[in-house]
Design a protein around this ligand. Structure first.
Ligand SMILES: Cc1cc2nc3c(=O)[nH]c(=O)nc-3n(C[C@H](O)[C@H](O)[C@H](O)COP(=O)(O)OP(=O)(O)OC[C@H]3O[C@@H](n4cnc5c(N)ncnc54)[C@H](O)[C@@H]3O)c2cc1C
Length: 532
């Protein structure tokens, strides 16, 4: 019998023996009887006045029921579990023309992995460069403002998640999530991601994982081509027959897993040209807020904030009903990280956040965003959201001097609608320029963000801090376009096209995009099975 016991509390400083002792006390079994156990979840409890402690859920196999199960009145949360075999991929005969995956981000990588695991190796096309070269391109942009069109924070091996905090949290539920994390560990991610309640990898480790992933896929028979930009899809009469690379090379295929992310306008234009069904989609836009990490630690941990070994504190804030007319929330919080320049188009400024695995930087940042609806885009075209965000990215670029510095303003000044022309230190490279941020956002957003931030200050006293700065603009929270799909993951009206990941408008974030890539692969496999 396998038993999972929840909420095993141990002191902040503890060893594995302490977990076993707590488990023995809860179950009424001896440590010898319990034997080896597997940690399923570990979370920090640092709320309130009690000293911080850890809560574990563990699984072990037992030859008898723990004593408490028969006792009444003893509140131990548990479940008896079956031996769970992880979901896998059944073997399928590969088609004559191999499937093509567009994009080497989480969706494309995991989609390719799923297909190759079923015996269907693919051709992966990525317009950007290998992670090792891409890293140098990104560094040159941060240092000198030299933007490479197809090799930047959004484009290249690893996709948009490569220069990130590598948070692996998601609200989506699926048996494949554990499989995704396990594969990441196999490719070099820290093993704690398997059980941490808030798992994260950090950009330094993530880059290693991405390179190992490529070598793993190649070992499974996949071909990966960099600098291979898809410039056309051949789909006469609404059926995929191939695609065009770099405007000159035609590659025949009957199956395209489209995992190109949300930042490539050329892909949406190609889809428009072939008549794929597209629709505008709501997304969120706003600013990055940056505090000193010690300010956030002080707010969240109170008297315990100096305790050695405590992870840098995070937060998640929402201003819902009774607050601003539009939902305002914090997004993609990066403890101990930095705000990064994330432009992917010339003449546009885009902010985002990232951190190293150790999260040991002096700053804490998070996007503060409000909902933007298709009605705000100013046109009914399915691609109007792309134009909308581009307009504000360009506005930010011009306002900050046209050299990829970002517009920034002190939090208090923004809230009080004052402008001193000065701004404190910010982690953002290649630098910030003081600008009244109301000039780089639509009026409705400025107002919603102000109200939202004031709400956050009530919920988290100390959040409205004089040292905090706002940096803009944050526009790439999710895709403003949806490539509509059928239930089974195919494009609604183009046979052989399987849009997935963030760019499809059905997923967002590393884990949900990876999962969506697997779902797209499964749809292709089903189609191949039917044909064989
Ligand atoms: C700086 C930053 C930090 C982030 N932090 C986190 C985080 O901590 N946690 C989290 O869950 N999410 C985070 N995200 C979001 C996350 O990275 C994305 O949701 C995720 O990467 C989307 O995966 P995807 O595979 O769908 O698309 P992408 O990762 O965008 O990958 C798409 C790939 O397709 C390629 N491509 C595009 N067009 C073409 C073409 N025409 N031809 C060939 N190739 C093409 C691109 O170059 C790119 O490599 C972050 C994003 C950014 C930008």
């Amino acid at each position: 019998m396998n038993i999972q016991i929840f909420d095993i509390r141990v002191p902040f400083e503890h060893s594995e023996k302490d977990i076993l002792a707590a488990l023995a006390a809860m179950t009424g079994m001896s440590p010898e009887e319990i034997g080896p156990f597997r940690i399923v979840r570990k979370s920090l409890d640092a709320r309130g006045r009690r000293p911080p402690s850890w809560l574990y859920s563990v699984r072990f196999s037992a030859s008898r029921e723990p004593a408490f199960i028969k006792e009444t009145g003893k509140e131990v949360k548990y479940k008896i579990t079956e031996d769970e075999s992880p979901p896998g991929f059944a073997a399928v005969s590969p088609p004559e023309k191999r499937p093509v995956v567009i994009g080497c981000g989480p969706a494309g990588l995991f989609g390719a992995y799923a297909l190759a695991s079923s015996g269907v190796p693919v051709l992966l096309l990525e317009k950007g460069r290998k992670i090792e070269t891409r890293r140098r391109d990104v560094e040159a942009f941060w240092k000198e403002g030299l933007l490479e069109q197809d090799s930047n924070v959004h484009f290249g091996e690893g996709g948009a998640g490569a220069f990130s905090d590598g948070k692996l949290t998601t609200r989506v539920r699926s048996g494949f999530l554990d499989m995704i994390k396990k594969s990441l560990v196999d490719f070099g991610a820290p093993p704690e991601i398997l059980y941490d309640a808030k798992p994260h990898i950090g950009t330094d480790k993530l880059r290693e994982v991405v390179g190992n992933f490529r070598r793993g896929l190649a070992g499974m028979g996949c071909e990966i081509r960099f600098g291979a930009k898809v410039t056309g899809i051949l789909a006469p009469r609404g059926v995929v027959e191939g695609l065009v690379v770099n405007g000159r090379e035609e590659i025949p295929t009957g199956h395209i897993l489209l995992a190109a992310g949300q930042s490539s306008p050329e892909i949406y234009r190609i889809l428009e040209e072939i008549g794929a069904d597209l629709e505008p989609k709501a997304f969120a836009m706003g600013l990055r807020i940056e505090h000193l990490q010690e300010t956030i630690n002080g707010i969240q941990y109170g008297a315990w904030s100096g305790l050695k070994g405590l992870p840098p504190a995070d937060y998640f804030l929402t201003a819902g009903p009774g607050g601003p007319a539009r939902g305002v929330y914090s997004f993609c919080m990066c403890p101990g990280g930095c705000v990064i320049a994330s432009s992917s188009e010339e003449g546009g400024v885009v902010t985002n956040g990232m951190s190293l695995h150790r999260r040991n930087g002096a700053y804490a940042n998070s996007a503060i965003v409000a909902n933007v609806r298709p009605g705000d885009f100013g046109s009914a075209s399915p691609l109007a959201g792309l134009e909308f965000r581009k307009f504000w990215e360009r506005r930010a670029f011009t306002a900050a001097g046209g050299d990829y510095r970002a517009p920034a303003q002190g939090l208090l000044e923004f809230l009080q609608d004052k402008y001193s022309g000065r701004v404190g230190h910010a982690s953002y490279r290649p630098g910030v320029k003081p600008v009244p941020l109301r000039d780089v956002l639509p009026h409705f957003l400025t107002e919603a963000l102000k109200q939202g931030l004031l709400r956050f200050g009530e919920k988290m006293p100390g959040f409205i801090s004089p040292e905090a700065n706002l940096i803009g603009v944050e526009t790439r929270t999710s895709s403003p376009v949806r490539i509509t799909r059928r239930e089974d993951g195919r494009s609604r009206n183009i046979a052989g096209l399987y849009p997935c990941g963030e760019g499809s408008g059905y997923a967002g974030g590393i884990m949900s995009s990876a999962l969506d890539g697997i779902r797209g692969a499964q749809a292709i496999l089903k189609n191949l099975e039917k044909k064989s």
